[in-house]
Write a new protein. Structure first.
Length: 367
C-alpha cells in the first residue's frame, strides 16, 4: 500500500469563551484554527493527522504542503514497527529547516496520520496497536483561558465544577487570581497554574512562594525563555512547587535535556508539536525511567485530541486538557467531549476511532 497524496486542510471554528480571552502576544485568537493532515493511499484508506496551527495556520499548512507532502508521496505505508524509522528519515531530510517549531508541527501531522493508518490496517483502535489499554475513559480538566478578574475567575471555576470537571487549570499570572480560584474550588480539587513563560527565575521563585498556600498541583512554564532548563530547575528547587513544562519542546532529545536538568516534575509533550505519536512515546518512556510524570498538553479539538486520549489510555494516570469554551461545531459530533462526570471516553473504532465530519470540514474550511 502506497501513499498517493498528502493534503492540508485549514479549518477555523469560532468559539465563545465568555469573560475569558485567548491571545498570543498582541493577537487575539477568535477561532479554533486547525491544520488537519489527510494522507490518502492507493488502497482507499485515509489517515488523519493534526499539525499545531494557533495564529499560524497558513504557515503550518504551507509547511505540510511544501516540506511534508513531497517527502511522503509514493512511500510504502509503514506498519507500526516501521513508522519510527520513516519519521527519523524525514526529520533528517528536513533538518535544514530546524527540528523545532513549524517544521516539527508539520512532521507531527504526518506522524499521527501514519499511526492512524497503521491501526486501521490492523482493524484496531490505536491504543490497542500501541500496547495494553489501562483505561477506557480519561479524566479531563477544564483549561480556563485568561480572565484576569479574581471574581470572574471564581465564578468560572464554580461553573466548570458544576459541569463535572474534577480539576481546573488557570492561565493567569497574579497571586490574587490563584487564591480566588482556590477559594472557589475548595481544598480537594486539583488546581494548576499556566503562566506561559513571563518571568525570570528570581521572579518565578518569588511567585511560587507567594502562591504556595493555594497549593497548586503545578506551576506551568513560569520562566522565559522556555528552553532555559537551568533556570526552570532553580525555580523547582527553590520555589516549593511542582513544575510542569514541555508544550514548547519538540523531540525526545529536547525533553531529555529538560528532564536531565531536573527542570520538571511534570513533562508536557504536545502530540501535534513534539513530533507526533512517535516522539510522544519516546518522551513518555524517558519520563517513566526518570520518575517524571506525564501531563500532556492537549487543548485542541482535532485528531491530536483523539491521539492524546489513546496515548493516555496506556497509562494509569494523567488527565486530558480541555479548553473551557463553547465551540460552534465539532469534527467528532461531540463524541470526544467530557461527559457529566468529567471524563472523555477513549475511542474504540479502528485507528484514531472516528472519521472527521466532512460537512463540518467543508463549512469551516479556509481556502
Amino acid at each position: 500500500m502506497k501513499i498517493t497524496d498528502v493534503r492540508a486542510h485549514h479549518i477555523s471554528i469560532p468559539y465563545d469563551a465568555g469573560v475569558a480571552s485567548f491571545r498570543q502576544g498582541a493577537a487575539a485568537i477568535t477561532a479554533l484554527d486547525m491544520v488537519i493532515v489527510e494522507v490518502a493511499t492507493d488502497a482507499g484508506l485515509t489517515g488523519w493527522g493534526d499539525a499545531f496551527a494557533y495564529v499560524c495556520p497558513r504557515t503550518t499548512r504551507s509547511a505540510v504542503e511544501e516540506m511534508i507532502a513531497p517527502q511522503a508521496r509514493g512511500l510504502e505505508v509503514p506498519d507500526a514497527a516501521g513508522i519510527p524509522a520513516v519519521m527519523e528519515q524525514i526529520q533528517r531530510n528536513l533538518h535544514l529547516f530546524g527540528r523545532y517549531g513549524i517544521t516539527m508541527f508539520a512532521i507531527s501531522g504526518l506522524d499521527i496520520a501514519l499511526w492512524d493508518l497503521a491501526a486501521k490496517i490492523k482493524g484496531l483502535p490505536l491504543h490497542r496497536l500501541l500496547g495494553e489499554s489501562r483505561r477506557t475513559a480519561i479524566p479531563a480538566y477544564a483549561s480556563l483561558l485568561r480572565i484576569g478578574s479574581p471574581d470572574n475567575i471564581a465564578a468560572e471555576c464554580r461553573k466548570a465544577l458544576a459541569l463535572g470537571y474534577g480539576a481546573i487549570k488557570l492561565h493567569e499570572t497574579t497571586a490574587p487570581a490563584v487564591f480566588a480560584a482556590r477559594a472557589a474550588l475548595g481544598s480537594d480539587i486539583p488546581l494548576m497554574v499556566d503562566m506561559n513563560c513571563p518571568l525570570t527565575a528570581e521572579q518565578a521563585i518569588a511567585f511560587a512562594k507567594t502562591c504556595r498556600d493555594a497549593q497548586p498541583a503545578f506551576l506551568e512554564e513560569p520562566v522565559w525563555p522556555p528552553e532555559d532548563f537551568v533556570a526552570l530547575a532553580e525555580v523547582r528547587s527553590k520555589g516549593g512547587l511542582a513544575i510542569a513544562a514541555g508544550e514548547n519542546a519538540c523531540t525526545e532529545y529536547q525533553f531529555r535535556q529538560m528532564m536531565s536538568a531536573g527542570a520538571v516534575s511534570h513533562a508536557q509533550p504536545s502530540v501535534i508539536k513534539v513530533g507526533g505519536i512517535t516522539e510522544f512515546l519516546k518522551v513518555a518512556s524517558l519520563a517513566d525511567q526518570l520518575g517524571v510524570r506525564i501531563a500532556p498538553h492537549s487543548p485542541y479539538f482535532g485528531p491530536g485530541l483523539l491521539a492524546t486520549l489513546h496515548l493516555l489510555a496506556l497509562r494509569d494516570d494523567g488527565l486530558v486538557e480541555m479548553f473551557y469554551l463553547k465551540r460552534e461545531a465539532c469534527l467528532w459530533s461531540g463524541r470526544a467531549d467530557a461527559d457529566a462526570s468529567g471524563h472523555v471516553a477513549v475511542p474504540i473504532g479502528p485507528g484514531l476511532g472516528f472519521e472527521p465530519d466532512h460537512s463540518v470540514m467543508e463549512r469551516y474550511r479556509v481556502a
